[in-house]
Write a protein that binds this ligand. Structure first.
Ligand code: CP
Ligand code: NVA
Length: 308
């Protein structure tokens, strides 16, 4: 059993699938007013160094919804912000709580916390990965369209943390993935290389968004400038313009294609208001599923219930 959720590549298909199956079960039970208490008496510390609406509130709501409690700590208001080492922070928090959920910049930060923590560390977004988000996205795809193996799934835009986690997921689950990224904005080279080596199905990076979207079943979009890249916003807006998901581009996909956006969305940049607000866009179902998948993740890692 892997004690930490730092990157999807550390897990098997069966392990990730069991999280999604559990999340769907918890979602159905919540709809039937079942009260969950699997995390009663347990506490999670959310240690966030970047802003968040969905991830923060869905992790907090998940923890409370399972009978547990949460302590939120903004990294800059903690002693970390004054230079206390991560290894000391990890060991101290391990004495107080049952799990650390971290949102930060470098992947090395979550790796270092995990090295010294004696409790699970969960990656709630780094510059390299957004693993929990991708699990809720796959859950949404399965709910809306069925098994990913039978679908054409497309990533459109920046080869960012979301793209990297989709690439790892595709290689683990064994489904083809098509990405369209402008030159110079490819996914992480090491992630791509390792995933392509592991995958039996093609993971293809194209330059042409029209070619990528042709006959797609699922189209993923995300902001053109991620958190920490705000100074590049203007330059990126010019470069990424052909990658905007608008009615004309979406018309190249299958008639029943769905659009995913992890949110927050920048309307009229990576996606038009028309598409975001259309029934084709399942962004708000994705947002809801974050809470259900976070329940499954917290329960599994805190209670050590890993299968597979
Ligand atoms: N999708 C997502 O991670 O949103 P937040 O930045 O609001 O947490
Ligand atoms: N790629 C985006 C995702 C936000 C949820 C970012 O890192 O800002």
């Amino acid at each position: 059993m892997n004690n930490h959720l730092l990157a999807l590549k550390d897990f098997s298909r069966q392990q990730l699938q069991s999280l999604i199956v559990r999340a769907i079960r918890l979602k159905n039970e919540a709809a039937d007013n079942v009260r969950h208490q699997q995390l009663a008496g347990r506490t999670a510390c959310l240690l966030f160094e970047k802003p968040s609406t969905r991830t923060r509130v869905s992790f907090e709501s998940a923890m409370y919804g399972m009978g547990g409690q949460v302590i939120f700590m903004s990294a800059k208001e903690s002693q970390l912000g004054r230079g206390e080492p991560l290894k000391d922070t990890a060991r101290v928090l391990s004495r107080y709580v049952d799990c650390i959920v971290v949102r930060t910049f470098g992947q090395e930060v979550v790796n270092e916390l995990a090295r010294y923590a004696t409790i699970p560390v969960i990656n709630a977004l780094t510059d390299l990965y957004h693993p929990c988000q991708i699990l809720s996205d796959l859950m949404t795809v399965i709910e809306k369209k069925g098994a990913p193996e039978n679908l054409k799934i497309v990533w459109l835009g920046d080869g960012n943390n979301m793209a990297n986690s989709w690439i790892e997921l595709a290689s683990i689950f064994g489904f083809p993935l098509t990405l369209a990224c402008p030159e110079g904005y490819d996914p992480d080279a090491a992630v791509l290389e390792e995933s392509c080596r592991r995958s039996k199905h093609p993971i293809t990076v194209l330059r042409d968004p029209v070619e990528a979207v042709r006959d797609a079943d699922v189209i993923n979009v995300d902001v053109w400038a991620s958190m920490g890249q705000e100074s590049e916003q203007q330059e990126r807006t010019g470069i990424f313009r052909p990658f905007q998901l608008n009615a004309k581009l979406l018309a190249r996909a299958k008639d029943d294609a769905v659009v995913l956006h992890c949110l927050p969305a920048h309307r009229e940049e990576e996606i038009t208001e028309e598409i975001l607000e259309s029934p084709r866009c399942v962004a708000f179902d994705q947002a809801e599923n974050k809470m259900h998948i976070h329940k499954a993740i917290l329960e599994t890692f805190i209670n050590g219930m890993y299968e597979g």
